[in-house]
Ligand binder design. Structure first.
Ligand code: B12
Length: 215
């Protein structure tokens, strides 16, 4: 089936059953799994806009999150099978303190796992000290922070500075990536991270190249 924006529109309209039906059919037809995720992601962006414009309330956000989770549940096992690769590095991820959005972070974690990375996920609303303590304990190759709301930026800044201070004390060094829909170069500079991404697959590619450079 071709991309005719139908899936994006159905998700944006919160048509749960119809979304899942289209996704099942497209999986059965052998459609590109990443393309399906991409179209759903676009639907989520529209949900956000409708929420901002007062057309949807918080229940709409919750519903969209639930639908996206169900889509990922259908796709994840197939992606794992199609990309199964050897372990290629340890990545610590989590959503920063004060932020409970986890769909994007889970997607990044899932894709990194599919590409052979060992992903340690601290979950959501993770305080800077917890990130730092875990980094010292597991000595990751890369740390990835997720944040979807404006209030996350301050927490990302604190988390980055605590991670750097603790890493220096313990003679560790790892690049820090930040990701989320509102992240840009300016935020990255403010927060003091090494790289920023708005896309999970770009994150996987970056991790691959960072580790290749390292070896
Ligand atoms: C679903 C949703 C929710 C759900 C989240 C469910 C869940 N389990 O995550 C619920 C209902 C809980 C929620 C709550 C809130 N939300 Co909300 N939410 C959304 C919505 C519609 C979709 C987010 C999403 O999952 N997108 C799909 C995923 C796949 O995209 P993504 O997260 O951006 O991730 C991609 C990339 O950014 C990247 N990425 C993400 N993280 C990382 C990390 C790394 C390391 C890398 C490499 C890449 C990467 O990869 C992903 C795939 O490519 C967005 C709108 C939007 N489009 O962003 C609003 C949005 C983020 N929410 C918003 C708001 C305001 C809230 C609330 C404050 C509402 C309220 N009044 O309570 C609360 C915040 C609670 C809190 N303290 O965190 C605003 C934020 C605005 C702002 N300036 O801060 C948004 C932008 C909506 C809007 N336009 O107004 N929300």
């Amino acid at each position: 089936m071709k991309n005719d924006h139908r899936l994006t529109d159905l998700l944006a309209d919160l048509e749960e059953e119809a979304v899942l039906e289209v996704v099942r059919k497209r999986i059965a037809a052998g459609d590109d799994l990443m393309q399906i995720l991409e179209e759903c992601n676009e639907g989520m962006r529209i949900v956000g806009e409708r929420y901002e414009q007062g057309e949807y309330y918080i229940a709409g956000l919750i519903m969209s999150g639930e639908i996206f989770r169900e889509v990922v549940e259908l796709i994840q096992p197939l992606l794992v099978r199609s990309t199964d690769q050897k372990s290629s590095g340890r990545i610590l991820v989590g959503t920063v303190s004060g932020d409970i959005h986890d769909i994007g972070k889970n997607m990044v974690g899932m894709l990194l796992g599919c590409y052979g990375f060992n992903v340690i996920d601290l979950g959501v609303d993770v305080p800077p000290a917890e990130f730092a303590a875990k980094a010292i304990e597991i000595r990751p190759d890369i740390v990835g922070l997720s944040g979807l709301i404006t209030a996350s930026f301050e927490m990302m800044k604190e988390t980055v500075s605590m991670l750097r201070a603790e890493a220096a004390k313990n003679k560790l060094s790892f690049p820090i990536l930040i990701g989320g829909g509102m992240i840009d170069d300016q935020v990255c500079q403010y927060v003091g991270a090494d790289y920023w991404l708005k896309d999970a697959m770009a994150g996987v590619r970056l991790c691959q190249s960072l580790l290749a450079d390292h070896r």
